[in-house]
Write a protein that binds this ligand. Structure first.
Ligand code: TD3
Ligand code: ZN
Length: 307
């Protein structure tokens, strides 16, 4: 059932587990996410970036999720706008049936971020839609906008406390050292777990980890075995995710892992079956690979078995 992100994540916060928030922009990946949720009795968040909306249309993306949530009525699911860049963008998503919106004004000043988040909370809550905001800045690539390492800043716990209290936001994404994409760490992976715990204590609401893809070894191998190049890539190890969840993370954003798992299988068919012309014969194994990857992920997050 399609429900508010706030309701879904409050339950995870109370139960001490995390729900995966998986990006999609086509039918096959959405089907894979629901199939994995069904197999593992897991609640899910499905999410679309503004880029995904540009690619497929908000009405199409909503229709895909609505159709799948009707097919699997026992699965609690929220449809989230990922990295909404403006008040208007959030309102647009709400009008199209999204049950959660992220207003990402983290590149503005604290006061501006707070002001715009408050406005979004007002309209979202009137429609029973949950709201996510971000504090601090992630490193890496945010929807093709390069955020240089020097601009990245970690969350400040004092600010987090004030922000949550004054904005009325339902869940918060604190920057604790992750970044988007396949290249998260130069050397050893490092996250600020103590800072996370402090933010959780002060904020007292569900927290969100962005840039949480792990690039598991088997998924990497499947991509590289077909000549794919992921040299130098490094994700957030599974045991780091477990520690982050212990520290208060309840929503784990994952896009890159789905992309790699899916495209590895497409690459395999391209390489091994040069005469194949039926798209279904590319996408069927790709969809199955995403289900397998998500099954592992749902166990790590502790969302498996929570329906
Ligand atoms: O918001 N997202 C998804 C979009 C990022 C671009 O891929 C995340 O935080 C997930 O990040 P990733 O790259 O680790 O899957
Ligand atoms: Zn993100």
């Amino acid at each position: 059932m399609l429900i508010s992100g706030a309701k879904l994540l409050q339950k995870a916060h109370n139960g001490g587990y995390a729900v995966g928030a998986f990006n999609f922009n086509n039918m096959e990946i959405a089907q894979a996410i629901f199939e994995a949720a069904d197999k593992n009795s897991s609640p899910i968040i499905v999410q679309c970036s503004e880029g995904a909306i540009k690619y497929a249309g908000a009405d199409m993306l909503y229709a895909i999720v609505k159709t799948l949530s009707d097919k699997y009525p026992h699965i609690p699911v929220a449809l989230n706008l990922d990295h909404g860049t403006s008040f208007e963008s959030c309102v647009y998503a709400i009008r199209h049936g999204f049950t959660s919106v992220m207003i990402d004004a983290s590149h503005h000043s604290f006061e501006e971020n707070l002001a715009i988040t408050k406005e979004v909370v007002k309209v979202a809550h009137a429609a029973d839609v949950g709201v996510e905001a971000e504090l601090g800045r992630l490193m890496g690539i945010e929807d093709n906008i390069v955020v240089e390492g020097k601009n990245a800043s970690l969350v400040d716990p004092d600010e987090a406390q004030k922000f949550v209290k004054e904005s009325g936001v339902d869940y918060l994404a604190p920057a604790i050292g992750t970044s988007h994409g396949a290249f998260k760490f130069k050397g050893e992976p490092k996250l600020e777990f103590e800072l996370l715990k402090e933010v959780k204590k002060r904020a007292g609401i569900p927290l969100v980890l962005h840039g949480a893809s792990s690039i598991p070894d088997d998924v990497r191998a499947s991509f590289e075995n077909t000549g794919g190049d992921l040299k130098g890539s490094k994700g957030v190890p599974a045991n780091f995710l477990e520690l982050a969840i212990k520290g208060g993370i309840n929503k784990v954003n994952t896009d890159t892992d789905l992309r790699i798992a899916f495209m590895a299988q497409v690459r395999k068919v391209v390489k091994e079956q040069p005469s194949e012309i039926d798209p279904r014969n590319y996408f069927k194994p790709a969809r199955a690979a995403v289900v397998a990857m998500l099954t592992e992920r749902m166990k790590v997050l502790g969302s498996a078995g929570k329906i």
